[in-house]
Design a binder for this molecule. Structure first.
Ligand code: PLP
Length: 410
């Protein structure tokens, strides 16, 4: 059935229901028909289907009666233990099982944390630009999202301090500061340790939570690991979000939140679903100990090479006046075009020529970003990337010429 404009009994639809725009997710199968730099979809060719078959057999043979049953309110406790051991070993995160809630991806964990804290009209702080899904989650909750800029050195902590002080002056305590400190989505920029420490100090001083979204934690291609904010916060006011989407596979829809047990408990209680994908959690618990580390090594090689191919192609094909970031990890390069070029208006032209990207305005809570765009290097195949960037370079050069800024041949 096609979607009608109005539901029968439209007047009964909630404020949330009325406010919500269209579906958020794109369709990976449709994107696969194009040279797609649009979404943070994982590489299709390395998704570990063969080993997941093995792990599924192992899980069902060992514990079929529990894998196909309802599950624990905080999610499969064996998987929780495996995840906690990994978080400790790899990131120095020290937490107990009652501090970890397993969710349908980090998306659901972030949604539940918002649900536990935000009443309609409350204020939250977020980086600008930020992950489009978070922008949508803030909107869904009726939150007023106040932006703090990202700059080339990460979250602008001076701007954060000024924002917190201004809000305090207006009698407003924001519920949380949402940050993506590693290989940020969409900029690819990482926030260094001194700024992370400052974020913690400011959160304590102003009495607000920190939401640390570390979706790309395992995918570092250069530079040293930086301590997670969670480990720098001695007061338990940081909620740390992670996911298996970018490693085991986004289709598993498995992520988590780690935080103060009381908040985690509230988030678990708000989650009315009979436990997260119980079957998938048993498969993941069988798969991770056998395969995850090797798989991450393989992914690092694949994505590092894709990042390098994309950066070289940008160097070759982008017209003068454009700039872009150099990520140490993750999936994204952030491109800034001269003022006056509107990347939302330009997107259909690119699609027509078989290329898609994310217009930067979608990552802004403040209506800015019209001359920016996000390029994901995770999903397009190696051989497609230079061609896609060449086409984008041509389109941008054409737009610049049209706006009188540069010759089309530059
Ligand atoms: C920064 C960030 N956070 C969270 C997510 C959500 O991931 P998932 O719900 O698949 O775990 C994504 C996915 O693209 C992301 O980029």
């Amino acid at each position: 059935m096609s979607v009608a404009h109005e539901t029968p009994l439209e007047s009964l639809i909630s404020r949330r229901g009325r406010n919500v725009p269209g579906l958020r997710m794109g369709d990976p199968r449709k994107s696969a028909e194009l040279i797609s730099f649009y979404a943070g979809f994982p590489d299709r060719d390395s998704l570990p289907a063969a080993t997941v078959i093995e792990a599924t057999r192992d899980a069902l043979e060992a514990e079929g009666e529990w894998a196909l049953q309802y599950g624990h309110g905080l999610g499969n406790r064996r998987l929780a233990g495996i995840l906690l051991a990994k978080l400790k070993r790899d990131f120095g995160i020290d937490a107990e099982p009652d501090q970890l809630l397993i969710t349908a991806g980090a998306s659901q964990a972030i949604g539940l944390a918002i649900e536990a804290l935000v009443d309609w009209g409350d204020t939250v702080i977020t980086e600008v630009p930020t992950w489009m899904g978070a922008v949508r989650a803030f909107q869904n909750a009726g939150a007023t999202a106040v932006g703090v800029p990202m700059n080339s050195g990460g979250t602008d902590v001076d701007a954060l301090e000024a924002t917190l002080a201004r809000l305090r002056g207006d009698g407003i305590t924001p519920k949380f500061i949402y940050t993506i400190p590693n290989f940020q989505n969409p900029t690819g920029v990482s926030t260094p340790r001194d700024r992370r420490e400052r974020i913690v100090e400011l959160a304590h001083e102003y009495g607000t939570f920190i939401f640390e979204d570390d979706a790309y934690a395992d995918l570092r291609y250069a530079g040293e690991r930086i301590a997670p904010i969670y480990t720098l916060d001695s007061r338990g006011t940081t909620v740390y979000f992670g996911t298996l989407s970018k490693t085991l596979g986004a289709g598993m829809r498995l992520g988590w939140a780690v935080g103060h047990p009381s908040l985690i408990n509230k988030m678990g209680a708000l989650k009315v679903d009979g436990s997260t994908n119980v079957f998938g959690t048993y498969v993941a618990a069988a798969w991770i100990p056998q395969y995850l580390d090797d798989h991450i090594d393989e992914l690092r090689t694949i994505y590092q090479s894709r990042r390098d191919i994309m950066l070289a192609a940008l160097e070759q094909h982008m017209p003068p006046g454009t700039s872009w970031t150099q990520p140490d990890g993750g999936f994204f390069v952030w491109v800034t075009l001269p003022d006056g070029i509107d990347t939302t208006a330009m997107a259909p032209q690119a699609r027509e020529r078989g290329v898609e990207y994310l217009p930067g305005a979608a990552c802004h809570v403040n209506g800015d970003g019209h001359n920016t765009l996000r390029l994901s290097f995770s999903f397009a195949r190696d051989a497609e990337i230079p061609e896609g960037i060449r086409i984008l370079g041509e389109i941008i050069a054409g737009e610049l010429a049209e706006s009188g800024q540069r010759p089309a041949t530059s």
